[in-house]
Ligand binder design. Structure first.
Ligand code: ADP
Ligand code: MG
Length: 248
């Protein structure tokens, strides 16, 4: 680990084990997602196979409507495949109860969205504390972790601000701190720079780089070519299928 993070990660295996094997976080095997609509079935994701390993930095790209968000929701165990199988650290996500699935998300997966989705009535610190409260972390530990995370994202001085008192870039940095609150193994981001101007977007991209270097696997859906250029793997989707996968 690069050492500057507030233990953004835990002690789970890093990208390659001593024997060179990859610690797989997500294994999506021939996954499809079909939405049944009155006007007919919509195949949002079609027969996608994709592995995400510890330490990975994957960008998902493709035209609007090609299934990027739907795929991300399945990788993040928010949604389950219509067909195919999705394993999260070896567990079949479709076989979990709703409660098991929400606990898995709470403890192992962080989400960052284009529109931040911070709770407007809570301060930056309270927003970062919330997922820790939900995970049952005691108040003192929660507050210490929150301070550490706000420092990590460069917002120690904004702890008491509500979202309306923050800039877009600051809101996104709080959202990243919130996503890291329970030290997830996997951070998923859907167009995280989509609402930001270029300079602010770069700042957020730098922060996401650091999160990845500190050991959290990252999957980012983005139209932003400079953001995608930072990824070590790019998955290009078209009409729900993987058109191309590039490794750098
Ligand atoms: P992207 O994120 O690449 O823009 P989405 O994954 O949001 O694409 O959507 C892929 C396709 O699936 C689109 O045609 C969209 O209209 C459809 N879709 C997404 N979510 C739903 C849903 N909940 N119900 C029905 N259709 C959906
Ligand atoms: Mg989308």
């Amino acid at each position: 680990m690069s050492g500057h993070g507030p233990r953004a990660t835990g002690d789970w295996p890093q990208a390659a084990g001593a024997d060179g094997s990859r610690h797989l976080i997500v294994q999506a095997d021939h996954v499809s997602r079909v939405f049944e609509m009155p006007s007919g079935d919509v195949v949002a994701v079609r027969d996608v196979s994709l592995d995400i390993a510890a330490g990975d930095y994957v960008a998902v790209q493709g035209p609007s409507g090609c299934g990027k968000s739907t795929l991300l929701h399945m990788l993040g165990c928010v949604d389950t495949p219509s067909t195919g199988s999705l394993l999260f650290e070896g567990r079949d996500v479709a076989a979990l109860s709703d409660r098991e699935r929400s606990l898995l998300r709470l403890r192992s997966i962080g989400f960052v969205f284009q529109r931040f989705f911070l709770l407007p009535m809570l301060t930056a610190a309270e927003n970062v504390e919330l997922p820790q409260s939900e995970a049952g972390v005691a108040a003192a530990a929660r507050q210490a972790r929150t301070r550490e995370l706000l420092h990590y994202v460069g917002l120690a001085a904004r702890a008491d601000h509500r979202p309306s008192q923050l800039s877009g870039g600051e809101m996104q940095r709080v959202a990243i701190a919130r996503a890291l609150a329970n030290t997830p193994r996997l951070l998923l981001a859907d167009e995280p720079t989509g609402e930001l101007d270029q300079a602010t977007g770069q700042h957020v991209a730098d922060l996401l780089d650091r999160v990845n270097r500190d050991g959290t696997a990252l999957v980012i859906v983005t139209h932003d070519t400079t953001l995608a250029a930072r990824a070590s793997r790019v998955v290009l989707l078209r009409d729900g299928s993987v058109e191309r996968e590039e490794t750098r």
